[in-house]
Design a protein around this ligand. Structure first.
Ligand code: 13P
Length: 261
């Protein structure tokens, strides 16, 4: 994290955990603990399940918190007969800022293709939501030496026909599948190498100015104990945190990454 034009982001993805009452307790703890200096240094983002979004919004609004939030997924469709789907305009109405798109768990368990990810990115933009696009390789792909090629093709697929003025505020989360929930974290150098490759790809697809603005996060077994060395990498602008973000005290330590060992 060296570019002062890019504010660091610490994002907590709760996945399918935390009911709306627990979300209220969690948000109150964050509200009580975070101070202006934390918000000034780092953007704090929460990705709760859909059922918690209204509770999160209510606390953020009532207490004028600088915490931002988003949905873990978004429908590619605007409205209509799509049982179980949630549209971008519904999320915008709840004052969501982001939509997390293409998480590896959705790609793996819901067969989300690069084409669908691309359609969801466009749906988010249409509703004035910022896409946070998750990419990353499986262990097999890494072992075969194709991690960079594979991940960059996911980036290219997600951004197909997306205009540059929407890309520069988008966020890319590099989450190697083998590091998610496994306790096995990529080395800081691996995170840097992939983040730089993604930035160079965006420079080629768009231009250097856009590439310099896009924020690139690392995700995969991030904890308070390993966040600092990851954040020291020049092209890593933050972290997308799963398990460790379920404990507000641990997530607070991650948000305060410069103070960690
Ligand atoms: P873990 O931090 O539990 O490895 O999960 C990472 C992740 O998938 C965040 O989206």
């Amino acid at each position: 994290m060296t570019n002062e034009n890019r504010q660091p982001v610490m994002a907590g993805n709760w996945k399918m955990n935390v009911n709306h009452l627990e979300a209220i307790a969690y948000m109150n703890k964050m509200a009580f603990s975070l101070v202006d200096a934390d918000y000034a240094r780092t953007e704090v983002v929460i990705f709760p399940p859909f059922t918690d979004l209204r509770s999160v919004q209510t606390i953020v609004d009532a207490d004028h918190l600088s915490i931002t939030y988003g949905a873990q997924d978004i429908s590619a469709h605007e409205a209509g007969a799509y049982t179980g789907e949630v549209s971008g305009s519904m999320l915008k109405k709840l004052k969501a800022k982001y939509a997390l798109i293409g998480h590896s768990e959705r790609r793996a368990h819901h067969n989300e293709s690069d084409e669908l990810v691309n359609a969801k990115v466009k749906a988010a933009i249409k509703s004035d939501l910022i896409p946070m696009i998750a990419v990353g390789e499986t262990l097999d792909i890494r072992q075969s030496g194709n991690a960079i090629e594979h991940t960059l093709s996911q980036v290219t697929g997600a951004l197909k026909d997306v205009r540059s003025n929407y890309v520069d505020e988008s966020v890319i989360a590099y989450e190697p599948v083998w590091a998610i929930g496994t306790g096995e974290v990529a080395t800081p150098q691996d995170a840097q190498d992939m983040s730089l490759a993604i930035r160079e790809k965006i420079s080629k697809l768009y231009n250097q100015e856009v590439a310099d603005k896009v924020r690139i996060l690392y995700g995969g077994s991030v904890k308070a104990g390993n966040v600092k060395t990851i954040m020291e990498q020049p092209d890593v602008d933050g972290a997308l945190v799963g398990g460790a973000a379920l404990d507000p005290d641990e997530f607070l330590r991650i948000i305060r990454w410069p103070d960690q060992p």
